[in-house]
Design a protein around this ligand. Structure first.
Ligand SMILES: Cc1ncc(COP(=O)(O)O)c(C=O)c1O
Length: 411
């Protein structure tokens, strides 16, 4: 490991890898919205733009061959990052694009009948809920939700009861972007499999924050965005089980995904190419692979240690502030570094605004999870999200900012 010895606090050193921190001095606690970018990722993308920029899978000249090689190499790196094979990795523009592509492709493939059910967890992000809602409307399917149990976890007993032979699709996120809860997806996927349902996992809040293995999760499809795991914006990943991808009809059409085109009809490339219509996000895929390599180099044991330490410290510090309510499990090992809270008498938007004046960046609002917020009986929450570059010092600045917000608004 290049960066640390076992018990060393990694984050002060790690911050030096990110130009953002030196330039801004911000206590950045919004990595669940988007993470910061290390220099190695910027360098990898700059190399593409300055040294070997060309389109992929098209040109026969050297530069195009090099761009193709690097792009396909990025696919291999991402496959290894989640324990998949190269043919199972589709590059998209974002997690949202992955979710939409998958929904269209499933609609084109599955025999869905009126009254069939789609089961979602109560924690899902709008990017998984809304495409599936649209599918449900088009095909007259029923949407069913797995409720929350005590302690900001999913009700697994209820999940198992709700999966029946009528269930065709199950969508459960690996980690909640609001509560931070890391869900036991495997406990649900096994019941889904027994009932012949397809298991989809939104891993956007978990990727780069905790180890991710499609085999351990036992899922059929999984997706995430690059920009929440130190990668660039404009890149998403969609994993699909090889045998499933072989049978999946494409969702988007155009150049790049075809084998032959006649005036009347077309045939498709092998997987995964048939799911990548048009010029793919080349520099972004290369940047994402550099991010995955950077994360691997630091290592998940060190990453988890740091996230769990800062989360626990922040949770304890905030819970000592009167009238602050916390929406997260107590055990840091079950959390992806996300701490949502409210302050009695201070609207979350006002809190975020006052913290911003103190150079502390948190997010406030419904976090694209309105059904979850209504189950919690809230319309908005403050959310501090920690990544491995955050320190206890950042948590102290958060606590000081909250006290300032309370004093300013006399709450
Ligand atoms: C859990 C989760 N899923 C999906 C998304 C959508 O990601 P993107 O906006 O990059 O498409 C987000 C973004 O906030 C998220 O937090």
């Amino acid at each position: 490991m290049r960066y640390l010895k076992k018990s060393m606090n990694i984050s002060e050193k790690i911050k030096n890898d990110f130009p953002f921190f030196e330039k801004t001095g911000v206590a950045y606690l919004d990595s669940a919205a988007t993470s910061q970018t290390p220099q190695v990722v910027l360098d990898a993308m700059e190399a593409y733009y300055t040294i070997f920029r060309a389109n992929v899978h098209r040109g026969l000249y050297g530069l195009s061959a090099e761009a193709t090689e690097r792009f396909e190499g990025a696919r291999e790196t991402i496959a290894q990052f989640i324990g998949a094979s190269k043919e199972e990795i589709i590059f998209t523009g974002s997690a949202t694009m992955s979710s939409n592509l998958l929904t269209y492709a499933l609609e084109n493939t599955l025999e869905l009948r009126e009254g069939d059910e789609i089961l979602l967890s109560a924690m899902e992000h709008h990017s998984s809920i809304v495409p599936l809602q649209e599918l449900a409307q088009r095909k007259k399917l029923k949407l069913v939700y797995i409720p929350l149990a005590e302690g900001f976890a999913l009700d697994y007993k209820e999940a198992k009861r709700l999966i029946t032979p009528r269930t065709k699709i199950v969508a459960v996120m690996r980690a909640s972007n609001v509560l931070g809860t890391i869900n036991d997806v495997r406990a649900i996927s096994q019941t889904a499999r027994k009932n012949g349902a397809i298991m989809i996992v939104d891993a956007t809040s978990a990727a780069g924050h905790a180890p991710l293995s499609v085999k351990d999760l036992d899922c059929d499809y999984l997706y995430f965005s690059g920009h929440k795991m130190c990668g660039p914006t404009g890149i998403g990943v969609l994993y699909g089980r090889r045998d499933f991808l072989e049978k999946l009809y494409p969702g988007f059409f155009g150049g790049g995904m075809i084998d032959r085109v006649t005036r009347e009809k077309s045939s498709w490339r092998e997987v995964p190419g048939r799911f990548e219509a048009g010029t793919p996000p080349i520099a972004e895929a290369i940047g994402l692979a550099a991010a995955a390599e950077y994360i691997n180099e630091i290592g998940f044991p060190a990453i988890r240690e740091q996230i769990e330490d800062v989360f626990s410290y922040a949770r304890e510090t905030l819970s000592r502030i009167p009238n602050v309510s916390i929406y997260a499990r107590t055990d840091a090992r079950e959390n992806a570094g996300i701490l949502s809270f409210t302050i009695k008498g201070v609207h979350p938007h006002d809190a975020a605004e006052i913290l911003s004046r103190e150079n502390v960046a948190i997010r406030a609002g419904h976090h694209c999870a309105e059904p979850l917020l209504s189950e919690l009986g809230e319309t908005a929450l403050c959310r501090a999200s920690f990544y491995f570059y955050n320190t206890r010092g950042d948590a102290d600045r958060l606590a000081a900012g909250i006290k300032k917000a309370k004093a300013t608004l006399r709450a």
